[in-house]
Design a protein around this ligand. Structure first.
Ligand code: NAG
Ligand code: NAG
Ligand code: NAG
Ligand code: NAG
Ligand code: NAG
Ligand code: NAG
Ligand code: NAG
Length: 920
C-alpha cells in the first residue's frame, strides 16, 4: 500500500510543477517563456508574455548590457557554478504532444572575465548540444522539436569546460495536429539546423504572431559566415500580398510563403553550413506559386544535390503539385544523410520555360534520445516526498548526463543507481520503501538523520554491500532478510531504537556489524535464522535452497531443541517434495472424474474437492510413454520447488495405473481469456485498473520464473487462458514448468510444438529456441488483449487482411491513434496516459528481436506506473464519467496494410487451462 501511495504522489508532483511553471499568463496555450535571471513578468513587443525564473533555487541572476540589444529578456541571465553538477529547469508538458523547445544564450561578458563559456545542455537524459560562446554580443540559439512522453521535461546545464554555464531564455511552444509527426519520434528528437524564409524583405526573422507556433524563420538576406553563399546569377526576390493556403502538414506562416526567390537564368544555387551535421536529418522545402504568368508558360524544376543523383529524379511543378496558385506544396525527405557543408541547386527542366522558385526550407537533425536511468521513476517518487529539500530539486534524470550530487550510478547505457548518500540531510519519517526497489544499489548512506519506523526489506537489492543507518530513531526488529544479502560487508545500526534479537544469520556472517546504542536490541540465541520469514522470503531459489537445507539439518539434529518445530514441519513439504496423492483419493475427490472444467494440449482438467474440503483442479496428462513418465517425475520435482503468490499452487501428483496426474489449487474465477472475451460479454467487463492489477500479478509470476528460480524457468506458453483468477480477481499464472515436459514429449512422440498461435515469439521460427524474451513477447500480446479485449488471432476483428492483434495494434499505436484499439466495453473509463504507458510497453514487448524487448521486470515497473496514473486519475474522476466518455469516442479503424506475422506452418496447441469458476 505504501508503494502505491508514493506512486500516486508522483502524479501529484506533476500537478504541483504545473502550478509552479505552467500557470503563466499565456497568450497561446502551451507557450512558456522564461526570462532567466529576470525579476518581473512582462509582455514583449511581439505579444509574448515572459515570466522570471525566480523560483529556481540554484544559480544566480545578473544584469548584462549589450549594444543594440534592447529586448528586456536579454538584459538578464542566470549563471551557475562551474562544478561537476547539473542544473535543471523542469517544465510541465502534455504528454503525447509535440513541442518546440528553444534555449538562448547571450553572454554579454556577464562575469567581466571575457572567458567565453563552453558547457553542455541536455533535455532529460539526452545530451542536446554543447554551447560554445564565440562572441560576447551574439545570441546562441538551440532548438529541439520533440514528442512529450511524460508530463514534465527538464532542461539541464552541466559540464562547464570553460567559464560558467548560463542561460538567457527558455521557451516552450506547443504544436497541434500532426505538425512534425515522424515515425522516429519515439526514439529521436529533431534538432533545428536551418529554417529559412527565402525572398525575405528584411534581415529580421519571421516569428510570432505571424507564426502561431513561434518558430523562427531566418531571413535569407541575413549576413553570417557561410550562410547562403554562392547565389546563382539571375536570382531575384519576388513577393505577393495574396493570401496563401498553408494548410499543409507543417503549416509555415503565410508571411513566409508570400515571399520567394526565382532563378531567372534557370538555376537557384546555395551553399551553407549545417550545424550538428553530418548526420541524418529531416529536410523539407515549402513551395507556393506566387508569380503570375501566362498559360503558355511553365515552371518545372528539379533538386540537385552533389553526389546524390537519385534524389534528383522527381520534378516539381508547384502549380500542379499544389493543385493551384497560392497554395502550398511541401516535398521533402523524412530521413536523409546530409553533410556539414550543404550545397544545393534547383535547376529548371529542359521543357520548362521559367526558372525554379523557392519560398522556404527547413532542415532538422535527428538526435538519438537516451533512455535514461532504469531507476528514474522509482527515485522520482522518493524525492517527491521532500519537496522543500534542496537535494530533492536537482531535476532531470538521476544519472544522466551527470548524476545528482548525492547519487552515484554505474556506467551502463541505461545506468542504475549504485550509491545513495543522504547522510545528515535532516530526513524524517520512515525509510522510503521505494529505496528497496533500486536493484543495483551497492551503498546506502542514511546515517545522521531523524528517520523513524522499521528497517524495510532490502531483499531486492542483492548487490548491497554497505548500509549506514546509524544515528537515527529507527525502531522495530532487525529484518532477518539482511542476512540473506549475499554481498553485505558493512552494516551500521548504532544509536537507534531497534529492539528484539540480532538474527544469528547476521552474527554468523563475515560482516562489519555495529549495533551498539540500541538499548532493546540483544544478541539472539540463534533461533532467528530458521524462522519462517527466511524460508518464505523471495530471495530466489538459491537462498531458498540453502535455507531449506539449513532448516532440514537443524531439524535432523534434534527436534527437542526447537520450540518452533511445528512451523518447520508445516512449511517443509511444500518446499521439499511434492505430495503424492493416491488414485482412489483423486477419484473420490473428483467423483470419478465427473466434472470436466478444461482441456488442452496436456490433458483434461477436472474439478475436485478433497475430504477436508479443499477444492482442487486435477489435470490428467494425455501422454503416457516411457520417456513421458521419466520426464513426469523430473518435472514434478521441479514443480514442487516453484512457489510464488502469483503462480497457481502445485499441490501434488499421482502416478498410478498408467495415469499421470497433477493436482493444483482451484481458481474460482476461471481464466483471463473467459473474462476478457468469454461468452458472457454483456455482463460488466473487468475495468481498467483491474486489468492492470491482473497484468501486474501475472508479470510478477513470470518474473519469479525468470529470476527467482534456479535454473530459471521459461514458461513458453503464456496466454490469457493460462492466467487464472481467484475469488478476488487477482491473477496467477498456470502451466509453468510443464514446458520442458511438453517439448521433450513432442520430439519423441508427437509433433505438437509448444506455444500458441498468436502468442509465439517470431524469433522462435528462426532459432527454434525459447528464451525469457519469448515469454516477454507473449506477455506483450496479453497486454494488447487487456487494452483491446480482443483475441490474439481472429479472422474478423482486425479488418481486412489482418488476423493478428500485434500488427493491428502496432499500426494504430504508431499512428498515435490509440483510441482505435481500446476495448469499447471499458466505456471510456480509464486515463489515457495510463493506457499509453501500457500500449507503448506492449509494443516494446512484441519487437521482432528478443534483444530489443524489455525484461519482464521492466514491464512490471511500467505496469505499476500505469496503475498509479490510473489511480490518480480515478481519484480526480470521482465517479463523473461524462467528460471522459466524450474524450474517448473511438476513432474509426483505418487499416492501411497488413502482413500476417504470426501465421506459420507449425501446428500449435491451443491449450485450455486447468480451472473453471465455482465457489471455494
Ligand atoms: C508573474 O505572473 C504569474 C502568473 O500570473 C504570477 O503567479 C507571478 O506571481 C508573477 N510574478 C511576478 C514577479 O509578478
Ligand atoms: C539589475 O537591474 C535592475 C533594474 O535595472 C536592478 O534593480 C537590479 O538591482 C540589477 N541587478 C544587479 C545584480 O545588478
Ligand atoms: C548599433 O546600431 C547602430 C545604429 O543602428 C549602428 O550604427 C551600430 O553599428 C550598431 N552597433 C553594433 C555593435 O551592431
Ligand atoms: C564534457 O565536455 C567535454 C568537452 O566538450 C566532453 O569531451 C566530455 O565528454 C563532456 N563530459 C560529459 C560527462 O558529457
Ligand atoms: C492548429 O493550430 C493552427 C494555428 O493556431 C490552427 O489554425 C489549427 O486550426 C489548429 N489545428 C488543430 C487541429 O487544432
Ligand atoms: C531539520 O528539519 C526541522 C523540521 O523540519 C527544521 O526545523 C530544522 O531547521 C531542520 N534542520 C536543518 C539543519 O535543516
Ligand atoms: C560502534 O559504534 C560506536 C558508536 O558510534 C562506536 O563508539 C564504536 O567504536 C563502534 N564499534 C566498532 C566495533 O566499530
Amino acid at each position: 500500500m505504501e508503494a502505491r501511495h508514493q506512486f500516486l504522489s508522483l502524479s501529484f508532483f506533476s500537478i504541483l510543477l504545473f502550478l509552479v511553471m505552467g500557470a503563466t499568463r499565456a497568450q497561446m496555450p502551451g507557450f512558456v517563456s522564461l526570462d532567466c535571471g529576470g525579476k518581473d513578468n512582462f509582455t514583449d513587443d511581439l505579444g509574448l508574455e515572459w515570466t522570471p525564473d525566480d523560483h529556481l533555487i540554484y544559480g544566480q541572476g545578473t544584469n548584462i548590457s549589450v549594444a543594440n540589444e534592447t529586448r528586456k529578456q536579454y538584459q538578464t541571465l542566470r549563471f551557475f557554478p562551474a562544478d561537476n553538477r547539473k542544473y535543471c529547469y523542469t517544465l510541465s508538458v502534455i504528454s503525447r504532444t509535440r513541442y518546440l523547445i528553444r534555449a538562448t544564450f547571450l553572454y554579454g561578458n556577464f562575469d567581466k572575465n571575457n572567458v567565453y563559456p563552453k558547457f553542455d545542455i541536455s533535455l532529460g537524459a539526452t545530451h542536446w548540444a554543447t554551447i560554445v560562446i564565440s562572441d560576447a554580443n551574439t545570441i546562441e540559439i538551440q532548438e529541439l522539436i520533440f514528442l512529450a512522453l511524460d508530463p514534465t521535461i527538464s532542461v539541464c546545464l552541466s559540464n562547464a569546460t570553460t567559464g560558467q554555464p548560463f542561460i538567457s531564455t527558455l521557451e516552450l511552444r506547443q504544436f497541434n495536429g500532426s505538425v512534425y509527426l515522424t515515425q522516429y519520434e519515439n526514439q529521436f528528437y529533431l534538432s533545428t539546423a536551418a529554417r529559412i524564409n527565402f525572398g525575405a524583405d528584411s534581415e529580421d526573422p519571421v516569428r510570432y504572431p505571424d507564426d502561431p507556433f513561434d518558430r523562427i524563420w531566418e531571413s535569407d538576406s541575413l549576413k553570417k559566415a557561410n550562410y547562403l553563399v554562392d547565389v546563382a546569377r539571375g536570382t531575384e526576390k519576388i513577393s505577393t500580398q495574396m493570401p496563401i493556403n498553408v494548410d499543409v502538414s507543417e503549416r509555415p506562416p503565410q508571411k513566409v510563403m508570400q515571399t520567394a526567390v526565382v532563378g531567372r537564368n534557370g538555376s537557384l544555387t546555395y551553399r551553407m553550413n549545417l550545424d550538428g551535421f553530418p548526420g541524418f536529418g529531416w529536410a523539407f522545402t515549402y513551395f507556393a506559386e506566387i508569380e503570375d504568368f501566362g498559360p503558355t508558360e511553365t515552371r518545372k524544376f528539379r533538386l540537385v544535390l552533389p553526389g546524390l543523383p537519385d534524389l534528383s529524379k522527381p520534378a516539381v511543378n508547384i502549380q500542379e503539385n499544389a493543385q493551384g496558385k497560392y497554395r502550398m506544396y511541401e516535398p521533402g525527405f523524412y530521413n536523409i544523410s546530409l553533410p556539414f557543408v550543404l550545397s544545393f541547386r534547383f535547376g529548371k527542366t529542359s521543357d520548362s520555360s521559367l526558372g525554379p522558385l523557392l519560398n522556404a526550407m527547413e532542415i532538422n537533425r535527428y538526435l538519438k534520445k537516451s533512455d535514461g536511468s532504469l531507476d528514474g521513476s522509482v527515485i522520482a517518487s522518493a524525492v517527491y516526498l521532500y519537496p522543500s529539500a534542496d537535494w530533492a530539486q536537482e531535476g532531470g534524470d538521476p544519472c544522466l548526463p551527470v548524476p545528482w550530487s548525492w547519487v552515484q550510478c554505474n556506467s551502463d547505457p541505461q545506468p542504475r543507481i549504485v550509491k545513495i548518500k543522504l547522510s545528515g540531510k535532516n530526513l524524517t519519517g520512515s525509510i522510503l520503501s521505494d529505496l528497496t526497489k533500486l536493484s543495483g544499489l551497492v551503498e546506502l548512506w542514511l546515517d545522521g538523520n531523524s528517520l523513524t519506523g522499521p528497517i524495510p526489506d532490502f531483499t531486492g537489492c542483492v548487490d548491497l554491500e554497505i548500509i549506514h543507518l546509524e544515528n537515527n530513531q529507527l525502531t522495530g526488529e532487525l529484518p532477518s532478510s539482511l542476512a540473506d544479502l549475499p554481498n553485505l560487508r558493512e552494516l551500521y545500526l548504532q544509536n537507534n531504537k531497534l529492539s528484539g534479537t540480532v538474527p544469528s544469520g547476521l552474527l554468523d556472517k563475515n560482516l562489519v556489524l555495529n549495533y551498539t546504542g540500541n538499548i532493546n536490541l540483544h544478541k539472539g540465541d540463534k533461533r532467528g535464522s530458521c524462522n519462517k520469514s527466511i524460508i518464505g522470503s523471495s530471495v530466489g531459489a538459491a537462498a531458498l535452497l540453502i535455507a531449506t537445507i539449513a532448516s532440514y539439518l537443524l531439524l535432523k539434529r534434534g527436534k527437542k531443541k526447537f520450540s518452533k518445530q511445528d512451523q518447520f514441519e508445516h512449511t517443509m513439504p511444500a518446499q521439499e517434495a511434492a505430495h503424492c496423492f493416491t488414485l482412489s483419493e483423486l477419484e473420490d475427490a473428483t467423483r470419478k472424474f465427473e466434472r470436466k472444467v478444461g482441456s488442452g494440449g496436456y490433458g483434461v482438467v477436472y474439478y475436485g474437492r478433497l475430504k477436508e474440503g479443499k477444492e482442487i483442479a486435477v489435470k490428467v496428462m494425455i501422454n503416457n510413454s516411457l520417456q513421458g513418465k521419466q520426464q513426469f517425475s523430473n518435472e514434478v520435482t521441479l514443480l514442487s520447488r516453484i512457489h510464488h503468490r502469483n503462480l497457481v499452487q502445485f499441490l501434488g501428483y499421482c502416478q498410478e495405473e498408467e495415469k499421470s496426474i497433477l493436482v493444483y489449487e482451484f481458481m474460482h474465477n476461471g481464466t483471463l481469456k473467459e473474462q476478457l472475451c468469454g461468452p458472457q460479454t454483456n455482463e460488466q467487463s473487468i475495468n481498467w485498473i483491474n486489468r492492470l492489477e491482473i497484468a501486474e500479478d501475472a508479470a510478477k509470476g513470470v518474473e519469479y520464473l525468470h529470476t527467482g528460480c534456479i535454473p530459471s524457468v521459461v514458461h513458453r506458453d503464456l496466454k490469457t487462458s493460462n492466467i487464472l483468477l481467484d475469488k478476488n480477481m487477482r491473477a496467477k499464472v498456470s502451466d509453468f514448468g510443464l514446458s520442458k515436459l511438453a517439448v521433450d514429449e513432442a520430439s519423441h512422440v508427437s509433433s505438437i510444438v509448444r506455444g500458441t498461435l498468436g502468442y509465439l515469439d517470431p524469433e522462435y521460427y528462426i532459432s527454434q529456441q525459447f528464451t525469457d524474451k519469448s515469454d516477454v513477447y507473449s506477455f506483450g500480446v496479453i497486454l494488447l488483449q487487456l487494452i483491446s479485449g480482443k483475441e490474439a488471432i481472429s479472422n474478423e476483428s482486425f479488418g481486412v487482411n489482418c488476423r493478428n492483434i500485434v500488427q493491428w495494434a502496432k499500426l494504430h499505436i504508431e499512428n498515435g491513434d490509440i483510441q482505435a484499439i481500446i476495448d469499447p466495453s471499458l466505456h471510456g473509463e480509464y486515463d489515457i496516459q495510463s493506457m499509453w504507458k501500457i500500449a507503448e510497453k506492449a509494443l516494446m514487448c512484441v519487437q521482432p528481436h528478443g534483444s530489443m524487448r524489455p525484461s519482464i521486470s521492466e514491464v512490471i515497473k511500467d505496469i505499476q506506473d500505469a496503475m498509479s496514473i490510473e489511480r490518480g486519475a480515478q481519484a480526480v474522476r470521482g465517479g463523473n464519467s461524462d467528460e471522459i466518455a466524450i474524450n474517448s469516442i473511438h476513432s474509426s479503424l483505418n487499416m492501411r496494410s497488413s502482413r500476417d506475422i504470426g501465421a506459420s506452418e507449425h501446428y500449435l496447441s491451443i491449450d485450455e487451462s486447468i480451472a473453471r469458476p465455482t465457489a471455494r
